[in-house]
Write a protein that binds this ligand. Structure first.
Ligand SMILES: [Ca+2]
Length: 220
């Protein structure tokens, strides 16, 4: 009894719980495979930091949905790799786009940040910060939607397009309701700190897979 308890505590201390190292793999293009995530609080957001690790062999003129948060009426927070390779996000309307090196088969760590009070929008790629753009000042992201990875819903939960689907591996999806500091983002990239999003915490968030997608365990 005592030995097993010690063992359990040791395992927890070393691995931080097996859920910490989940990774989601979409093996091929589909129009019906996705993972729904259940955030821990409503997405009423006047600021955010959204991070993820992404690897994909999709390239060329191909849109790729990286994150979709949609209410019945709007794409409230959708993140894309555009046809021309730029990365972007859209808050219910036209988006903000960033010219960055293309995604690829080797993992990239991405963080997108936005602050309503100034409209400051930026992204970080492997800890390096992009140019700051001014976007949707005074806007508020609305609650009541669903969060998906793998597909772009054109209605509440459907209208998927195979040519916008995600193919590859995605992990460490964390969402905060604030803008993290440059140093905090760099620490996340280097995995010096295990920071958990206070809106979506990758370590504990419920992942509900549908279709051809595998949630795997990885040893970082
Ligand atoms: Ca679409």
């Amino acid at each position: 009894m005592r030995l097993s308890l010690v063992l359990l505590i040791t395992i927890s201390a070393v691995f931080g719980g097996s859920l910490a190292f989940r990774s989601v793999v979409f093996p091929s293009e589909t129009s019906n495979s996705y993972v729904e995530m259940t955030p821990q609080k409503p997405l009423t957001l006047k600021a955010f930091t959204l991070c993820m690790r992404v690897a994909t062999e999709l390239s060329g003129e191909r849109e790729i949905i990286l994150f979709a948060y949609r209410t019945p009426d709007y794409d409230e927070l959708n993140v894309w790799r555009e046809l021309d390779g730029r990365l972007s996000f859209y808050l219910s309307g036209s988006g903000v786009l960033f010219k960055v090196p293309d995604l690829g088969s080797l993992q990239n760590h991405l963080c997108f940040t936005w602050d309503s009070s100034s409209g400051a929008a930026a992204l970080f790629m492997n800890g390096r910060k992009s140019v700051t753009k001014i976007y949707r000042k005074a806007h508020t992201i609305q609650p009541g939607g669903r969060v998906l990875i793998g597909q772009d819903p054109d209605n509440f939960l459907g209208g998927f397009d195979v040519k916008q689907s995600f193919v590859g591996e995605i992990s460490d999806v964390n969402l905060w309701d604030s803008v993290l500091s440059d140093a905090e983002v760099q620490n996340l990239f280097h995995q010096r700190t295990i920071q958990k999003g206070n809106v979506i915490d990758w370590e504990t968030v419920d992942l509900t897979p549908t279709g051809e997608v595998e949630v795997i365990n990885v040893n970082p």
